[in-house]
Design a protein. Sequence first.
Length: 108
Amino acid sequence: MDYPMEIAQQMLRYITPDKDTLYVFCPFSMGDFLVIGGLCHALLKKKRKKSCVMILPDRFKNSGAINFVGVKEIRYMPQLLMNFIRQYIYATRDYETDNYIYGHFQIK
């Protein structure tokens, strides 16, 4: 499913509006979520942000209450929307910007 890049870029801006917050997308596994969540306090210092919002697929909603230092909120989005954002990030190779980080590990 291909979407115009401009729409994806606008969607990312809408989802990540606060310049003082670091948004972290964890599109795949619980393991990525746990590792990145544990690193958020260090990412905040590196990125000079006040807080972190983690964004996960909605299938993780019932995973229980997990808290991480520096994470003020965990948001959930439909998998279709997460796929849309993932497609944009892969196409542009913008895995990390000043406002967000794509939190998925790949072993090559």
